[in-house]
Write a protein of this length. Structure first.
Length: 648
């Protein structure tokens, strides 16, 4: 593996990795390589140096014992000095100096006894091998350029001093051998300089490659973190929690590792937004998320934003007692924040949370969504119990909404007592801004005329089964108000998953279409993405039967639930309605990019795109730029009765 390909080692506590750090990292690695190569080089050089004892015996036999002894002494001292420094972990520069000193000592240690030979002619020619020491300084070792030049200069100087002082010879000899030594000095020094430059360039290129690799890794890490992070609070988003839920569920199925799901809801958060504004609402959620993250992660759990003002916690635990203890700690920590909330209808002056807890159990079902649903039901029970409390799911306890005051008997008699009605919100074609469709929205009022929010009575109607009669009434009323009078070409009606699972729902729709005398192609049924909707065979069969009647199936609030992509694969929706939150989040680049990606995904599948929640001209202009098919929102048209719709 090359230096450039080596993994980047960095301190996880830092977020930066500079080019200088990359160079330093590589220099450290190269330093270790140089230490090893210097050791190997010295041992080989010593072996060659000692092996030249044989030429000593052949060429200068009279002084050979002295030169050979000098060779062994110098070799031994050089090796011992080098190994001692290496074991002492001396700096590489000292190892280089030791090797350079060994070269000079080897040359001078041999030269001093050798010049005493009586065979002057043989010695004068034997001197040529001194160039080997010069070459070794420049080529054999990886010395820095300055050290190699100094070392080879000493060898060159020793040669000229020796032939001038001890070997009187002709000018031709001096000129020839002098030019040879000088040529070796110049050539090997130049080669050494080039090698050092190349080594430096290789290091810089490797550092650049390593730095670019780190940058690419950081970008990938950032993108991955971004895709798993809630844009507002900075904690995990639903996608990350889905993955964690699946992991815990698999561990429980395979190894019976228990875990708990906590759903946390900020009490009366809509009133907080109305009282203090959405900016303060966002700040409130961010502060709460930070505190919850600290509490949950210290216990080994994972927290994410579930949607709106709800958070979800997934925590592997051994006993429900531990889970309830964590839930109580979470509730108290939010109380300790003491965030002012004087818009509450109860006596509490601060922001609080309600928590629903669901623990793994044998009859929880075959899907992890069931456990989340149980936590959701426990949360409803906590809200019904006065809020700012914790409730654990218990299948034996009545569901909270089953006892929701007067709503249960009221919903049963709502149709007969004419307490329920429909209003219609126009759906506009963006190309010409003309309304050719409307969405039917159900409204409920108390006998005293007080309006009840759909968010309040629809869940109760679903849990009590009242939604079945209310749903049939809504479809027939919409057909009579809109289609039989030709007020609009199409009317859409929201249907509950409970309706789709009920026996004979498609047959009831067929009867309504026949009685009203309208074509099924003019009716659209909106299915809201959410936890309640499983891909069960009866649901898919019901949708297929409705499609056979010509009824259009629309996917409502796409992106707000768990299984949007799974639905797009399993069901052929004519229209996909993008949840309003994605449009409202377009004030920041991340939110805009998310909406663009969602639109591209839906468009690639060939579905008609409808974006709801258009409240400003700027939002409408943005949707025109994105070439959205249809839009809906207060900026385009408010929900009104059928009569006012006709007048408009």
């Amino acid at each position: 593996m090359s230096a450039a390909d080596a993994p980047v080692q960095r301190d996880e506590s830092t977020d930066c990795f500079s080019f200088a750090e990359a160079c330093k990292s590589l220099e450290t690695e190269n330093d270790a390589v140089r230490r090893r190569s210097s050791r190997h080089g010295l041992w080989i050089a010593v072996a060659v140096y000692v092996a030249f004892a044989l030429p000593d015996r052949w060429l200068i036999p009279d002084v050979a014992p002295a030169t050979i002894a000098a060779r062994f002494v110098v070799a031994t001292i050089a090796l011992l000095a080098f190994e001692a420094l290496r074991l002492a972990k001396a700096k590489t520069v000292w190892l280089d100096i030791t090797c350079a000193s060994a070269l000079l000592a080897g040359y001078l240690g041999w030269l001093y006894p050798a010049i005493g030979t009586s065979d002057v002619t043989a010695m004068s020619y034997y001197m040529i091998f001194g160039a080997i020491f010069m070459m070794g300084a420049n080529l054999f070792f990886s010395f820095p350029f300055r050290l190699s030049v100094i070392t080879s200069s000493f060898v060159l100087g020793a040669f000229f001093v020796t032939i001038e002082a001890f070997f009187p010879s002709s000018q031709t000899y001096k000129l020839a051998f002098g030019m040879f030594y000088i040529s070796c000095f110049v050539f090997t020094s130049f080669v050494n300089w080039r090698l050092n430059v190349e080594r430096r360039n290789v290091l810089l290129n490797a550092a650049e490659a390593r730095y670019q690799h780190w940058e690419a890794s950081e970008r990938g890490r950032s993108l991955l973190e971004l895709s798993n992070t809630d844009y507002l609070t900075g904690i995990s988003n639903r996608r990350a929690l889905d993955r964690r839920l699946d992991e815990c569920w698999a561990a429980w199925k395979d190894e019976r590792r228990d875990f708990v799901v906590l759903l946390i809801d900020v009490d009366f958060f809509k009133r907080f937004n109305d009282r203090y504004g959405h900016q303060e609402g966002d700040r409130c959620l961010t502060v709460i998320a930070k505190v919850l993250k600290a509490v949950v992660e210290s216990s080994g759990g994972m927290i994410g934003r579930y949607g709106g003002e709800e958070f979800i916690v997934v925590l592997p635990v051994q006993t429900p007692k531990i889970a309830m203890s964590l839930a109580e700690k979470i509730r108290m920590e939010v109380e300790f924040l003491a965030i002012e909330h004087d818009g509450r209808p109860d006596d509490s002056p601060i922001v609080t949370v309600s928590i629903g807890v669901a623990f793994t159990r044998d009859n929880v079902g075959e899907k992890v969504e069931r456990l989340v649903r149980e936590a959701d039901l426990a949360l409803y029970h906590a809200k019904a119990s006065g809020r700012n409390c914790i409730r654990r799911f218990d299948p034996l306890l009545p569901r909270p909404d089953d006892n929701a005051g007067k709503l249960v008997p009221l919903l049963t008699a709502a149709i007969d007592r004419k307490l329920v009605s429909l209003v219609y919100q126009p759906i506009f074609e963006l190309t010409n801004e003309k309304a050719r469709a409307v969405e039917a929205l159900m409204r409920l009022r108390m006998p005293d005329g007080t309006a009840v929010s759909p968010k309040t009575f629809i869940p109760v109607a679903e849990r009590t089964g009242a939604i079945l009669e209310l749903g049939k009434w809504a479809i027939e009323t919409a057909c009579r108000d809109i289609l039989m009078t030709d007020r609009m070409a199409t009317v859409s009606v929201n249907v509950s998953p409970i309706q789709l699972r009920s026996q004979g729902f498609a047959a009831n729709v067929a009867d309504i279409l026949i009685r009203c005398g309208v074509s099924g192609s003019r009716l659209a049924l909106e299915v809201t993405e959410g936890l309640d909707m499983d891909m069960q065979s009866e649901v898919l069969k019901c949708i297929a039967d409705l499609r056979a009647l010509g009824v259009e199936i629309w996917l409502d609030d796409f992106g707000s639930g768990f299984a949007g992509l799974s639905w797009l694969r399993a069901i052929e929706f004519q229209t996909v309605k993008v949840d309003r939150t994605f449009l409202h989040d377009c004030s920041n680049p991340r939110g805009l990019m998310m909406l663009q990606d969602m639109v591209a995904l839906i468009r690639n599948r060939g579905n008609t795109i409808l974006v709801e929640g258009v409240e400003t001209a700027a939002q409408l202009s943005l949707l025109k730029d994105l070439r959205i098919d249809r839009v809906q929102g207060y900026h385009m048209g408010m929900p009104v009765s059928a009569e006012l719709l006709n007048a408009a």
